[in-house]
Design a protein around this ligand. Structure first.
Ligand code: NAD
Ligand code: DAU
Length: 339
């Protein structure tokens, strides 16, 4: 089995590479990653010398690079994680989101058709369903919830999903799509809520909570996401969408307070700052389909997962301290300086 994993130097992609190499030691995995600000080759260090792993630096939207790689490797399966993934950055500069997330998906699918890939899996997000009201805890996103989008990021991911379904129907490409809720765990870039708050708390810096902190996210430990994708690759049906999420809803303030408690820092570090433009209120996945059809259920509870995650950030300080001491300083000033 030869598998292309795009975006494997990022958070979920790297965790997926580790998961697959552990669960399927006979698979050959090629990682294609442009090493943007979010990609980190140091993360992949543990697998770099494996004879079952190859890293290729390249842009998924660069047709020549992608077609050359497909010609060389003859992939059985393609799993597309490569994306611009941060909502706040998409509000600052949408263009790159359209290029990578939409055109990159098109290029990968064109190559998958030409080289007769057996399965193309598009890693999608629950953000394509828009948001749910805070006062209706009975409502959840199902695979039939209409597609809508609040941010340039979610619009680009929704476009990619629509394109993937169109390629399935029109060209017969064996596509599956997963739409997952918020992930957390090791190797997440410290611009996202949980690692940002852990890093700031450890440095006794203010914890910038947007708006009132009442927005709700449905948190899933990253390894549960990786296992769900593996199950979709094994038994998922081409042309189908699978929602992934674990009924682990928390509002942002609860998450931040949990982190502060665990690292022994005071709640006085919490600072309410200007809200995100177009800020989605609540995400909540109904995972009934993937549970019923593929037998997937999350295994890590939030209280355990957050502890594992905090321990990882404590044990791997150099990984994230290297990141936040570089260009990230400029980003932080720009995003939070006048908020
Ligand atoms: P990330 O930002 O941590 O990593 C993205 C990776 O893609 C990086 O390694 C980056 O270098 C690479 N990349 C970016 N542009 C590229 C390009 N043009 N060509 C090749 N590589 C490129 O993202 P993540 O959080 O790991 O998310 C991975 C995927 O999962 C994304 O598609 C995202 O939409 C989706 N997703 C994320 C979450 C979440 O909570 N993080 C939840 C659901 C779905
Ligand atoms: O739901 C899946 C999505 O989850 C993925 O598709 C995205 O790639 C991923 O980034 C994530 O999007 P969110 O916007 O939900 O994640 P983020 O970590 O940026 O923010 C989580 C919540 O915390 C959100 O309500 C905004 C809030 N927040 C975030 C940051 C960075 C703050 O209050 N303060 C912050 O500094």
């Amino acid at each position: 089995m030869k598998m292309l994993v795009t975006g494997g130097a990022g958070f979920i992609g790297a965790n997926f590479v580790f998961y697959m190499m552990k669960e399927h030691p006979d698979y050959d995995i090629v990682c294609l990653d442009a090493l943007t600000y979010a990609g980190n080759l140091e993360t992949l260090e543990p697998v770099m010398s494996s004879p079952h792993f190859r890293f290729v630096k390249g842009d998924v939207a660069d047709r020549d690079t992608v077609f050359r790689l497909f010609e060389e490797e003859k992939f059985d399966v393609v799993v597309n994680f490569a994306a611009e993934s941060h909502v706040d950055r998409s509000i600052e500069d949408p263009g790159i989101f359209l290029r990578t997330n939409i055109l990159g998906t098109q290029v990968l699918m064109d190559a998958s058709i030409k080289y007769e890939v057996g399965r193309y899996h598009q890693v999608g997000t629950d953000e394509v369903y828009g948001d749910l009201p805070l006062d209706r805890p009975d409502l959840f996103f199902t695979e039939d919830t209409p597609i809508t989008a609040s941010s340039p990021y979610s619009a680009s991911k929704a476009s990619a999903d629509l394109l993937a379904m169109a390629y399935h129907r029109t060209f017969g490409l064996p596509v599956t799509i997963s739409r997952c809720s918020n992930n957390y765990g090791p190797y997440q870039f410290p611009e996202k809520l949980i690692p940002l708050m852990i890093a700031n708390a450890l440095a006794d810096k203010e914890l910038p909570v947007y708006g009132t902190g009442e927005n709700v996210r449905d948190w899933l430990y990253v390894e549960d996401h990786c296992r769900a994708i593996d199950m979709i690759l094994q038994d998922g049906v081409p042309g189908e969408v699978y929602n992934i999420g674990g009924h682990n809803e928390r509002n942002n303030l609860e998450v931040v307070k949990t982190i502060l408690r665990q690292v022994g820092k005071p709640e006085s570090l919490i600072t309410f700052v200007g809200d995100r433009k177009g800020h989605d209120l609540r995400y909540a996945i109904d995972p009934a389909k993937i549970n019923r059809e593929l037998g997937w259920l999350p295994t890590t509870k939030f209280d355990d997962g957050i502890k594992l995650t905090i321990d990882w950030y404590l044990d791997n300080r150099s990984w994230w301290e290297n990141i936040i001491s570089g260009d990230y300083q400029q980003y932080y000033k720009k995003m939070y300086g006048n908020r």
